[in-house]
Design a protein around this ligand. Structure first.
Ligand code: GTP
Ligand code: MG
Length: 536
């Protein structure tokens, strides 16, 4: 394949994540983007009842049961000449490590805001990460079919609270029960939608100019007047759509709609594709590797076991950064410094997979059958390329995990080992202790419930959690000697332990105790992680 056709492949890639505070409607919007993108014929629901389809992205048993996203999902599909790699992320803070990893692998994001609530704390945190990384942000104001905040206020909030410029691409016509559609400011057309049962199909739409009688006749005077006034105010502000500011992450295009009713989804999809960036060069140790770089390179940002109950294997998700991927190619694996042949590569769509023969920068692909692959590893045909490590989060929740059923020891151990490899929980071992029960550490306690649920459903091993007195972990210098550890005097209730890499840590009952130790042991600096990795 020539250089020109590779450049063409890169130009049509769009790789993005959907992010927000829990419950704003990310998974619902994802499903509707699939519907409008022609990737599913019938949209499922996150709260699917009997005879109703569940969403493609919340495919895990526990997600369906709880109606929340627990793990990020990769969906690759083609639409309007684009190859789209869409990643739906979980909003809950206990699962945020997964979400943050996804953010290292995308070129832009769609930030979903519940129009009744405005900007919520978790959205704000995720926004900050995007801003630090200079990721372009597109905003979808969702749930306009419910009583919502004043749209002018919502736009103002983006500027005031997040400090990002905001350009409304379209504008809601009515709200709550009277939400009828949106006005597209780019084309000056009204899009009035009709609701469909359960929002499974595309919403019928009529489009026309403001004075078009066919459209005007569908609106009551109050709604019409209010919309016209607000639009005049926006025009008066006189801002123009500024592509450069959007790509620099300084301004966000704002779309209004209702994901569950399919209002405004088509406009978001088309507007996003038109203005979002194709794959960018990636920074590596001060230099940039451009997607057109002739050598293949990519990095692993997610690992997930047992996605398909028939296979019971683990998939490593890699984001292709440069060159062309071809099935069966031999690459250099950064962690092991070994050559590996990538023969089992897949295109991923939720929990479905399909063998894939080639891929290009921007693509997320699933690799099966490599137990040595870990989060952050680089795979490349040019061993001088090595992408930065993906930063880990400091755990804030700790719990013992017992196996009450000795007959199931093997399943328990094997299951736990595999779930540990996914890297969303860690295991610690207390120093000088005869307790063999694994001590789990995670960003939040919900992760423990996920582990228990998955151990049982995927490995047939029932388990029992036991609370611990600790809430804070700090790493000791990794090169500290054993006798130096013996000599340390710890505050009451604190314990020393090791992580799986044999790095020593101290577990404290609270922040206060950790600070006290830090102040009284200045020679032994504590850190939030074993190896401090700088963010890009
Ligand atoms: N009224 C209304 N409800 C909506 C809309 N979009 C989503 N919902 C509902 O909001 C709830 C949460 O939707 P999800 O799509 O699961 O939200 P999420 O952001 O993916 O949640 P997490 O992944 O758990 O963070 C569900 O009950 C949806 O049916 C909308 O446009 N209007
Ligand atoms: Mg979700």
């Amino acid at each position: 394949m020539g250089f020109v056709s590779i450049a063409k492949e890169i130009a049509r890639r769009r790789t993005f994540a959907i992010i927000s505070h829990p419950d704003a409607g990310k998974t619902t919007l994802t499903e509707k983007l699939l519907l409008y993108g022609g990737a599913v014929q019938l949209a499922g629901s996150v709260t699917a009842r009997k005879n109703q389809r569940a969403t493609t992205s919340d495919w895990m048993e526990l997600e369906k049961k709880r109606g929340i996203s627990i793990s990020s999902t990769v969906l690759q599909f083609d639409y309007a000449g684009y190859r789209i790699n869409l990643l739906d992320t979980p909003g809950h803070k206990d699962f945020s490590e997964d979400t943050y990893r996804v953010l290292t692998a995308v070129d832009s994001v769609v930030m979903v805001i519940d129009a009744a609530k405005g900007i919520e704390p978790q959205t704000r945190k995720l926004f900050e990460v995007c801003r630090q990384r200079g990721v372009p942000i597109f905003t979808f104001m969702n749930k306009c079919d419910r009583p919502m905040k004043n749209p002018l206020e919502l736009v103002d909030e983006l500027e005031r609270v997040l400090g990002i410029g905001a350009f409304p691409v379209n504008w809601p016509i009515g709200d709550g029960f009277d939400f009828r559609g949106v006005f597209d400011r780019q084309t000056s057309q009204m899009h009035l939608f009709e609701r469909t049962v359960g929002g499974q199909f595309r919403a019928p739409v009529s489009v026309g100019g403001v004075e078009d009688p066919a459209v005007r006749g569908q609106l009551d005077d109050t709604t019409f007047q209010k919309t016209v006034e607000e639009l005049a105010m926006l025009e008066h502000a006189g801002e123009l759509f500024d592509d450069a500011a959007v790509l620099a992450g300084q301004s966000t295009p704002v779309f209004f709609g209702s994901a569950s009713n399919n209002f405004g989804v088509q406009l978001l999809l088309d507007g996003f594709l038109k203005h979002s960036p194709p794959p960018k060069p990636r920074v590596m140790a001060g230099t940039q590797i451009s997607p057109e770089h002739p050598q293949f390179s990519g990095f692993i940002f997610k690992i997930q076991a047992n996605m398909d109950p028939r296979h019971r294997d683990r998939i490593a998700f890699i984001r292709v950064c440069s060159g062309k991927f071809e099935r069966d190619m031999t690459v250099h694996h950064s962690r092991s410094e070994k050559k590996v042949r990538l023969s089992s590569s897949h295109k991923i769509f939720g929990n479905e997979r399909e063998t894939l023969d080639e891929a290009f920068p921007g693509d997320v692909i699933g690799l099966v059958g490599h137990d040595s692959f870990g989060i952050g590893d680089t795979l490349t045909t040019d061993p001088t390329i090595r992408y930065k490590e993906i930063p880990r989060f400091t755990p804030e929740a700790f719990s013992y995990l017992h196996n009450p059923n000795p007959g199931k020891y093997k399943q328990f151990r094997q299951g736990l080992e595999q779930l540990l490899q996914e890297g969303v929980i860690q295991a610690l071992y207390l120093r000088n202790s005869s307790i063999k029960t694994p001590l789990l550490a995670a960003v939040g306690p919900l992760q423990f419930e996920v582990v228990q649920y998955r151990l049982e459903s995927e490995y047939g091993a029932v388990s029992r959690l036991e609370a611990t007195p600790w809430t804070v972990v700090r790493w000791l210098p990794t090169n500290i000697q054993e006798d130096a550890l013996d000599a340390l005097s710890l505050p009451t209730g604190a314990r020393m332990a090791y992580d799986l890499g044999k790095n020593p840590v101290v577990l404290f009952q609270n922040e206060w105790s950790a600070n006290y130790f830090g102040e009284t042991n200045k020679a032994v600096p504590l850190s939030l992680l074993p190896v401090q990795t700088a963010r890009e």
